[in-house]
Ligand binder design. Structure first.
Ligand code: 13P
Length: 258
């Protein structure tokens, strides 16, 4: 069971999908479906171009707005990049950092993840920091070593009081967009490892307050079993968050359980 101090958080990562009009349509449908979800935190992460419009649409709800990425510099000659201050300016409260698609397709390193999450904290954004192993690493039985190495570099020089503001996400790369999700036991094992790591490097009260989300082919059918794991505090949903009924089903089930 999730202790009271960790409210479940469900985040929809829309990735590179939805124009402004499509985003407004999706978020309007979600607003109607999720009017009554007081025990659980919900956020959506639209593409940059739709952030402002979705922020306006969400202004009369408890749902939060997240961005999918940011740059670590504050301003200047960085063509094509977006700063934390710009994200705050359009109403974001959270930002994904180190998503595996950013790491694998755009060459983001653990060091860059560290720079981004430090910049997010400085901008008063909640970073949702993603870690996860690929298939070869899982098959070689090096999952926990990979997670450890990613956490060690990504969280270097993060003070305890800042750590409390973060959300972590375990997203096994082999489960993203593939229809293969980690079993609840596989997810539970890695989440437990991550919580133990936090206890060792910070302290037990801090580690027990941090929410660790699971992501990778989450659907209404598999979400309840994943959420039953003690250290799974929420979900980062890709494909299923593009359909208002699927996403609302996932959220509403958790709302009933909370
Ligand atoms: P899918 O749910 O489409 O597998 O995506 C997971 C993900 O990458 C969420 O950030």
């Amino acid at each position: 069971m999730i202790p009271d101090l960790r409210r479940p958080l469900i985040v929809g990562n829309w990735k590179m999908n939805n124009t402004v009009a499509e985003s407004i349509k999706l978020v309007t449908a979600l607003k109607h479906l999720l009017v009554d979800s007081p025990h659980i935190d919900v956020a959506v992460a639209p593409p940059f171009t739709a952030l402002y419009s979705v922020s306006v649409a969400l202004s009369d709800t408890n749902m939060s707005l997240a961005a999918q990425n940011m740059f670590w510099e504050e301003d200047g000659a960085f063509t094509g990049e977006i700063s934390g201050a710009f994200l705050k300016d359009v109403g974001c409260e959270m930002v994904l950092v180190g998503h595996s698609e950013r790491r694998n397709l755009f060459g983001e390193t653990d060091k860059m993840v560290n720079q981004k999450l430090q910049a997010a904290l400085k901008s008063d954004l909640i970073p949702i920091v993603c870690v996860g192993e690929n298939l070869a690493q899982r098959e070689k039985d090096s999952t926990l070593d990979v997670i450890e190495a990613q956490m060690r570099v990504a969280f270097s020089d993060v003070a305890m009081h800042d750590f409390e503001k973060m959300v972590l996400a375990y997203e096994p790369v082999w489960a993203i967009g593939t229809g293969k999700n980690a079993t609840p036991q596989q997810a539970g094992e890695v989440h437990h490892f991550m919580r133990t790591w936090l206890m060792k490097h910070y302290d037990a009260p801090t580690a027990n307050r941090i929410r660790i989300l699971y992501g990778g082919s989450v659907k209404p059918e598999n979400a309840p079993a994943l959420m039953k794991e003690t250290h799974v505090d929420g979900l980062l949903v890709g494909g299923a968050s593009l359909d208002s009924d699927s996403f609302a089903k996932i959220v509403k089930f958790e709302e009933r359980m909370s």
